[in-house]
Design a protein around this ligand. Structure first.
Ligand SMILES: Cc1cc2nc3c(=O)[nH]c(=O)nc-3n(C[C@H](O)[C@H](O)[C@H](O)COP(=O)(O)OP(=O)(O)OC[C@H]3O[C@@H](n4cnc5c(N)ncnc54)[C@H](O)[C@@H]3O)c2cc1C
Length: 481
């Protein structure tokens, strides 16, 4: 059927009602990524209120050959949820109006929630039942369950509870043909064939639109302890992690290493934060312990542990928050780092995973590469050290930005070198942020052919028209014609 943009839009409004269709200025926030580096174009952003509406929209788009970019809270850092810059016939399909918590089973430890529920809203809802959903990250007030699933998000709690993949029991997905694939039984044991949910977890919207999920819950934390420590080096931090693990094992809820330069940026740009140390040291460790046993005396035990570590020189200084507010202030610093980076300048950001034991070697190598290949940038580090995830930021302040071509060339050279470094020590160039449009060429280039071809076969089998998120995660290759 030959249609025009205007008739497509008119028919979409008829299909789902005007409340679900955003165009022009109202659509702008859906077209721009969180960092403001990618601005796309689409016919409209469509916000279905139910799975049935979402299915009707997808079927409509399939019939008209309109491509679909699924979107959640739009906090993704790899430009996966926004449409491309060049004008094309596409829509943004947002889960923003699908915000129902369908079921909260505190005995079975399962929550069935719609894709548009924000992570904070889920935290609050399950806490009222004395349960915990353990994913924690800086964007939790805005990031949505559908987006967190589609990027397989990690965050600070991964050291204890794993990443999003470890927290999903089942999914409901609108497939590219408009059918709804659903398994929300919330069972812990279920061997009815292939575990297809894993294709959509980390699938970045390339295989369908996630509309709901059954998620694992845990006992609420009833005893906790927090600390910030000064360590001499990443090596010292890894050594302390080994010792802490022997003592506290699964009570370690977060083990984060950040460079002092990063904390300085947070204090400079984000109002209301308190410096954990003055002057700021080169490396700061942030530790959170948690337990469901209220009599675990975690704070007392952590204090004793840190006193011993201080006396034998493993750490150089430590602060232990005395109140809940002081602990919140400490973690506010940690969760403000991305926002501070955005304000400071152009951060060339890497999201690397290596084994915990190899983090120091990786950091030393990355620092040397930044000094050599991008001397105008300051190397900064934010590491989820407990799971081996290192965010390297080569920070170029706004005032020092070179022209576009020189910047693009030096970013490309640095990316090549840092990804080579991580590969040479058995690491991954995408740990928790995903691939998006940003790293799609890297995935195509760096994956072994058998892995790449298997992924392309899956994409072709489930989305033969390349309707969902073309150019995101999987680039089209010449043999697809
Ligand atoms: C301040 C800040 C801190 C952050 N900290 C962390 C961190 O510690 N750890 C971490 O892992 N990430 C972090 N992130 C990145 C980001 O928050 C996560 O990637 C998050 O999972 C994105 O969720 P979202 O709802 O915003 O998804 P979006 O940005 O809207 O989309 C991300 C991807 O998922 C797809 N998608 C979204 N919703 C759906 C759906 N319903 N169905 C199918 N596909 C969908 C999109 O197409 C896109 O490819 C941070 C981001 C910011 C801004």
């Amino acid at each position: 059927m030959l249609t025009t943009d205007a008739s497509d839009l008119r028919d979409l409004i008829e299909l789902v009602g005007p409340k679900a269709v955003r165009t022009d200025k109202e659509a702008t926030p859906f077209m721009t990524d969180w960092r403001g580096r990618h601005r796309g174009n689409a016919l409209a952003a469509i916000l279905p209120a139910t799975t049935d509406e979402a299915s009707r929209v997808v079927t409509f788009c399939r019939d008209r050959g309109i491509t679909i970019y699924p979107q959640g809270g739009n906090t993704g850092l790899c430009a996966g949820g926004v449409p491309p810059e060049e004008e094309r016939r596409c829509i943004v399909l947002s889960a923003g109006r699908m915000r129902r918590i369908r079921e909260l089973d505190a005995v079975g430890d399962v929550a069935v929630v719609e894709a548009g529920v924000t992570l904070s809203a889920l935290h609050d809802a399950v806490l009222s039942e004395e349960r915990l959903f353990p994913l924690r990250l800086g964007s939790e007030g805005t990031a949505q369950i559908g987006g967190l699933i589609s990027t397989n998000a990690g965050g600070t709690g991964a050291v204890r509870y794993g990443v999003m993949r470890d927290l999903v029991l089942g999914l409901e997905v609108v497939m590219p043909d408009g059918n709804v694939l659903r398994r929300l039984s919330g069972l812990r044991k279920d061997n009815r064939g292939y575990d297809w949910k894993h294709l959509f977890i980390g699938g970045e919207g390339s295989l369908g639109f996630v509309t709901a999920a059954a998620l694992k819950l845990f006992p609420a934390v009833r005893d906790e302890a927090h600390a910030a420590c000064v360590v001499e080096s990443p090596e010292a931090a890894v050594a302390l992690f080994g010792r802490l693990r022997k003592r506290f094992d699964t009570a370690i809820h977060a083990f984060e290493l950040v460079s002092g330069g990063e904390v300085a940026l947070a204090l400079k740009h984000v109002p209301g934060l308190r410096a954990p140390f003055d002057p700021l040291p080169e490396w700061i460790l942030m530790i959170e312990l948690g337990n469901s046993d209220p009599d675990g005396r975690l704070s007392e035990r952590l204090t004793g542990f840190l006193e011993r570590s201080l006396s034998d020189g493993m750490i150089l200084d430590a602060v232990i928050p005395a109140t809940v507010q002081q602990a919140a202030d400490l973690w506010a610093v940690r969760h403000s780092l991305s926002e501070a980076n955005k304000k400071e300048g152009h951060g060339v950001v890497f999201d690397i995973a290596v084994r915990v034991s190899r983090v120091p070697e990786f950091i030393a190598g990355a620092t040397a590469l930044i000094e050599q290949l991008m001397p105008i940038a300051e190397p900064l580090y934010v590491c989820h050290l407990g799971d081996g995830n290192v965010h390297v930021i080569a920070m170029i302040p706004h005032g020092a930005l070179p022209d576009r071509v020189s910047l693009d060339n030096s970013v490309a050279r640095l990316q090549e070198a840092i990804h080579d470094l991580s590969e040479s020590i058995g690491g991954s160039f995408s740990a928790e942020h995903g691939i998006g449009r940003k790293l799609a060429p890297e995935l195509a280039r760096r994956l072994p052919p058998t892995e790449w071809n298997t992924m392309r076969q899956i994409k072709r089998a489930l989305d033969p028209m390349d309707l969902f998120a073309p150019g995101v995660l999987m680039q089209a290759s010449p043999d697809d014609e």
